[in-house]
Design a protein around this ligand. Structure first.
Ligand SMILES: CCCCCCCCCCCCCCCCC(=O)SCCNC(=O)CCNC(=O)[C@H](O)C(C)(C)COP(=O)(O)OP(=O)(O)OC[C@H]1O[C@@H](n2cnc3c(N)ncnc32)[C@H](O)[C@@H]1OP(=O)(O)O
Ligand code: UBL
Length: 294
């Protein structure tokens, strides 16, 4: 009986390895689980060190260092275009498209010094992850209570100027794996106008070639991050915010459409040079109008 049990235990890792090699779904599950476990482990290990400093934007450096190696585990090549646009003195607001939690990998590639993201309040309740986020100075908003969210944003506008802070916002307000971007929330644009600081739009190329939560697919691949030219807000007032929001969204949507085409072509060329059929892409038009309904 004991011998049987021992054989069973020895065979288990082998069976898991075989399943990992043969089943893309199992591979997807393992990779997503690893992503979450990595974040929990890093938060648990590093939070005590971050706590020495207290709540500080300087802890974002630790957070960045903790997340940077993830791309290597997944074999994801990051290409950054227009990084020089981030070489700005003083505070500014970054707006970026939001496809999935994987965006954190893109975020840490380009996030400048003294920059904190705005995040949904729910992250605070994720145990040590919430603690790590709080210690890193991440700004939390309650998306269900507009008035308090607006108050937090107004307070952030004055902090930005006094403490030379940069703020990273996902203006879609929720994850969106679709081909086009969701309508933008206006908080980031009010923030920039109130603080009278520039907006730097960043577009992360679609993940379809290597990641899809819907299809449970997660392979290696290339991701392009494009930093667009900054948009000045000096002299603008709250009444200009709707137009400002639309023009920035338009520029980002155009960049996203362009990148969807060129990234896909790059992957296809790579595949054909390797003599492989490109069976990883998705049919044209899929997800075009996808909304996740949140
Ligand atoms: C230490 C080591 C650690 C290692 C461990 C690692 C841990 C890793 C974890 C990393 C975490 C990273 C975090 C990433 C998290 C990403 C997210 O959570 S995304 C979700 C949160 N983000 C947002 O929601 C985006 C910001 N939201 C908004 O901007 C919204 O505007 C809103 C303020 C929440 C209000 O939303 P809503 O009412 O739905 O919609 P709007 O159309 O925007 O606004 C309606 C109305 O209100 C006006 N308005 C909006 N904002 C303002 C404002 N600041 N001031 C004044 N008025 C405002 C807006 O103009 C509209 O009015 P109008 O008359 O129609 O114009
Ligand atoms: C004591 C409780 C312990 C609970 C432990 C839970 C462990 C959680 C595991 C991993 C945490 C990973 C957190 C990654 C954060 C990614 C940021 C992100 O992408 O947030 C999504 C948010 O932008 C929009 O949310 P919705 O699309 O609106 O939804």
């Amino acid at each position: 009986m004991d011998v049987l049990l021992l054989h069973g235990l020895l065979l288990l890792p082998l069976a898991a390895l075989l399943l990992y090699r043969c089943s893309p779904h199992f591979q997807y599950l393992c990779k997503v689980a690893f992503f979450n476990c990595w974040i929990v482990a890093m938060a648990t290990l590093l939070s005590p060190f971050a706590a020495f400093r207290g709540r500080s934007v300087d802890n974002m450096k630790l957070l960045r260092a903790a997340l940077l190696p993830l791309k290597r585990f997944y074999g994801i090549r990051m290409r950054v275009r227009g990084a020089e646009q981030l070489q700005l003195q003083g505070p500014f607001v970054i707006v970026c498209n939001h496809q999935a939690s994987l965006d954190l990998m893109g975020m840490v590639e380009v996030i400048p010094e003294r920059c904190v993201p705005i995040a949904k309040r729910e992250l605070l309740y994720l145990g040590t992850v919430g603690w790590a986020c709080w210690l890193s100075g991440i700004i939390f908003i309650d998306r269900h209570r507009r008035d308090t969210a607006i108050e937090v944003i107004s307070h952030t506008a004055s902090t930005m100027r006094h403490e030379n802070l940069r703020v990273w916002v996902f203006p879609e307000g929720t994850r969106n794996p679709g081909k086009s971007m969701l309508p933008f929330k206006r908080g980031a644009f009010h923030l920039a106008v109130q603080a009278q600081v520039p907006i730097v739009p960043i577009v992360i190329s679609p993940y379809w070639d290597f990641f899809s939560s819907k299809e449970k697919r997660f392979t290696s691949g290339t991701c392009t991050i494009r930093v667009l030219p900054r948009v000045e807000t000096r002299g603008l007032s709250p009444k200009d915010v709707p137009e400002l929001t639309e023009s920035v969204r338009q520029a980002m949507a155009e960049a996203l459409a362009e990148m969807s085409m060129s990234d896909h072509e790059d992957q296809a060329t790579e595949q054909s040079l390797l003599g492989l059929g490109d069976n990883r892409g998705r049919p044209q038009g899929q997800g075009d109008t996808a909304r996740n309904g949140k």
